[in-house]
Design a protein around this ligand. Structure first.
Ligand SMILES: [Zn+2]
Length: 209
């Protein structure tokens, strides 16, 4: 009897410890099946981090994965070096001026190889359960502006906020309402401001190919 009680107690302790593992979500709501339990932004961010760390072990820096803390000045990182030169120039100019405001830009993702984009898409399909839902977050290798070197994901949120306020002056515009970190070059924005954002990539005509 004493042994049985001890086992129950040990089991309870193990369960409690299991709930305290860093991998588990701090929010009880995220264990709910509701689609609103975790914000899509949080999910997307963790997806970026997983990909950056080579979570699935497949692809590395040569395919566009960027080390933590990569900046727009890191020429030796292919994910930066293979960006469109005009986009990179605008990013460096804005990052320099943002630094004067005490804001540092970090690149969470820049150029990506088609294989890397394919991996992200496959992971998104697994995560979201369908290709249709995944398409709201991750483009195909044929349509992604990251693969063509025309898009960057900028962090942290203070940097994205700085760009939201000042980016148009450099031709840097947010493109999708659901991706406040994703920026592309829109040279006309310097004179006319950024165009209206698409709610998500499925509304972007470029994604209809
Ligand atoms: Zn992006």
């Amino acid at each position: 009897m004493g042994v049985a009680v001890l086992l129950v107690v040990l089991g309870a302790i193990a369960a409690a410890l299991g709930h305290q593992l860093p991998e588990s979500s701090p929010s009880p709501a995220s264990s709910s099946s509701s689609s609103t339990a975790a914000s899509p932004i949080d999910i997307r961010r963790s997806e970026h981090r997983d990909a950056r760390r080579g979570h699935r072990g497949a692809l590395g820096e040569a395919d566009g994965a960027v080390p933590d803390g990569t900046t727009v000045f890191d020429d030796e990182v292919p994910g930066i070096a293979k960006l469109d030169s005009a986009l990179l120039g605008a990013l460096r100019q804005s990052a320099t001026n943002a630094a004067d405001d005490g804001v540092k830009f970090v690149v969470d993702s820049g150029w990506r190889s088609p294989a890397y984009q394919e991996q992200l898409l496959n992971e998104a399909v697994q995560k979201y359960g369908s290709e249709a839902e995944a398409a709201r977050w991750v483009a195909t290798p044929n349509t992604s502006a990251h693969v063509s070197g025309d898009a960057v994901d900028i962090g942290p949120s203070a940097a994205a906020a700085w760009l939201s306020e000042h980016g148009a002056a450099y031709g840097l515009c947010q493109v999708y309402g659901n991706e406040p970190w994703h920026y592309e070059l829109r040279p006309d924005a310097i004179d006319h401001g950024c165009p209206a954002v698409y709610a998500d990539p499925t509304h972007d005509p470029r994604m209809q190919q």
